[in-house]
Each structure stands twice: as C-alpha cells, then as structure tokens.
Ligand binder design. Structure first.
Ligand code: CAA
Length: 284
C-alpha cells in the first residue's frame, strides 16, 4: 500500500500543521476547507512557520518554495480526494460533522484510499461505520504543535485492517513522527491521561486551593512539564478540553471524569484560551 498523494481536511491549527509536515516529508498535499478564507489562513500559518525556519538557517528559500508548492489549497471536496491515497481529517470535534464528512469522503475518494481521522477522543469505530470501507478507516492523532511534537497515536477501529494499520504506521515514520499503537476507547491513551490532569488543575483553582500561576509553577518546576496544565489548557482550547472531558464522562459513565464547573463557566463565557485572547490567562 504505497502513499504518495495526501489530503488534509480542515486548515485550522492541526490540519495546517499536518499538511506542512506532510509536504516537508515530500508528499503532494491537498489542503481542503469549507471557505477560501480558512484555507488562506492555514497557508499563511505554514508560510510564517517556514519563514522562521529559513531565518534560523534550517531551510533555504528554494526549499521553502518547494514545500509550499507541494501544498494545493482547495475548497472542492471531490477535487481534493480524486487522486488521494490517504485523507487525514482534522475538522471540529463533533461526531455528526465527522460522520457526515466521512460519508462524503467515502463516496468521492478512490476505493484504495485510507480515511484517517485526527480526532482527539471520538470513537474511530463509529466514524468508520458511516462508510462502506470500515477496514480502511483509522485514527491518526497528531499532537499540537504538529511540527514539533513527535507522537502520533495510531488508533485501530474494530474493523481496521492490518494492512491499513501498517501503512499508517509507516507513513507516520516517513513524516518523522513516532507512532504508538492504541485501541479504540474514549480519549485513547493521550487524552484519557492528560485531560483528567488538566480538569483536576481547574478544580484546584475552582476550590481556591491555589491561583492558576501557582498551579502551573508546581507542575512546571516540580514535575518538569514544559507547560503548566492551565497554560496547556489555554493552548489546546478550553472548549476542546471540555468536549474531551464530556466524551470521557459519557463514554465511561464514571464520575471521576466530571468536567469542572469552572471549565464549563469559562467556555460559556467564550473564554476559550489563547484563540479568543482569554482563558486562565489573557493574551494580546
Ligand atoms: N508551532 C510550531 N512550532 C512551535 C510552536 C507552534 N505553535 N511553538 C513553539 N514552536 C517551536 C519553536 O519554533 C521552537 O523550535 P526550535 O527549537 O526548532 O527553534 C520549539 O518549538 C521550542 O519553542 P520555544 O523555545 O519557543 O518554547 P518552548 O521550549 O516552551 O516549547 C512547546 C514550546 C514545544 C509548545 C512546549 O512548551 C511544549 O512541549 N508544550 C507542551 C505541548 C503539549 O503538551 N502538546 C500536546 C497537547 S495535547 C494535544 O495536542 C492532543 C489533544 O488531542 C488535545
């Protein structure tokens, strides 16, 4: 199963990061989003990142141009998947949106194409069931920021074939990443472990145990985490954190995954972290 043509659906932070790394690894990439403005924003982000690589002397102007020329932005789904070998979906974390999209991808993509999702916690098996090719559906969960983080969680759905799993594992390696195999379960491993820690950090603020700065200092200086949990929550997006906690809570039915009321309150207020300029901290 050879992969040359790559399609990324969703030109947000994750999607554009995945497209960039794929293009830097030599793949031809189609980057699809609903509107021209979204795709243009994603391309601007990639250009900015590559420009910094040139400034640091890690990339020449020519190489930067070559990487950019390998990414074709588009808003036409049929065109984006016509010749694709793999689609990596990185759209909003919403089961209905994802299943609708996978139905369309299944109709338009060639029969051999792998349909991968970058979902952070939703069931791969459920997404696969929306298609006629559940054996070709798999989770390929990149971490943020994609160009920097080495991990890709590769998640097998119930029907994922061994061939597809092996092809995706190899693809992750070809992209300079370290794949780790995980089975389909709410939050997989990454968010099942990470999110309850973040949620617990929010509880310490909610219960007045400490200020956000103090919580983050404890975890940074005491546990050598590169970012404190509340800084990280703002970085990921508080809406995403809440959504993942809800998925864990619903998926396991265990009260230990109950989202902290303060997290709900911030999301209701539109304080979603870095992307809205305010979360546990404020940003310019
Ligand atoms: N995009 C691309 N590159 C970035 C970046 C970004 N947003 N932020 C930083 N970088 C790069 C910098 O350019 C720099 O690169 P070089 O070393 O090549 O020059 C490198 O990362 C280090 O950056 P800094 O020195 O500016 O800052 P830092 O040392 O604090 O590192 C960090 C920044 C890599 C983001 C680090 O703080 C970190 O690892 N934080 C934790 C990130 C994390 O946990 N991510 C997972 C989130 S969970 C997730 O993604 C899954 C999910 O489903 C929710």
């Amino acid at each position: 199963m050879s992969i040359r043509n790559f399609t990324v659906v969703g030109a947000g932070q994750m999607g554009s990061g995945i497209a960039q790394v794929a293009a830097q690894s030599g793949f031809t990439v189609r980057l699809l989003d609903l509107e021209e403005a979204f795709v243009r924003k994603g391309m601007r982000g990639i250009d900015k990142y590559l420009f910094r690589q040139v400034e640091k002397g890690r990339l020449t102007e020519t190489e930067k141009g070559e990487v950019l020329s390998r990414i074709r932005p588009t808003t036409d789904l049929a065109e984006a998947v016509r010749e694709t070998d793999i689609v990596v979906e990185a759209v909003v974390e919403n089961m209905e949106v994802k299943t609708d999209l996978f139905k369309k991808l299944d109709e338009k993509a060639p029969g051999h194409a792998i349909l991968a999702t970058n979902t952070s916690s939703l069931p791969i098996t459920g997404i696969a069931a929306a298609t006629q090719r559940p054996d070709h559906v798999i989770g390929m969960h990149f971490m943020n920021p994609v160009p920097v983080m080495k991990l890709v969680e590769v998640i097998r759905g119930l029907a994922t074939s061994d061939n597809v799993f092996e092809a995706v594992e190899k693809l992750a390696r070809d992209m300079g990443k370290h794949p780790v195999e995980v089975n389909d379960s709410p939050g997989f491993v990454s968010n099942r472990v990470l999110m309850p820690m973040i949620n617990e950090a929010v509880y310490t603020v909610y219960e007045g145990v400490a200020e956000p700065e103090a919580v983050d200092e404890v975890m940074k200086l005491g546990m050598n985490h590169p970012m404190g949990p509340l800084t990280l929550a703002d970085f990921i997006g508080l809406d995403t954190c809440l959504y993942i906690m809800e998925t864990l809570y619903e998926g396991f039915g265990d009260p230990k995954y109950r989202p902290c009321p303060l997290l709900r309150k911030y999301v209701k207020a539109g304080w979603l972290g870095r992307k809205t300029g305010r979360g546990f901290y404020t940003y310019e």
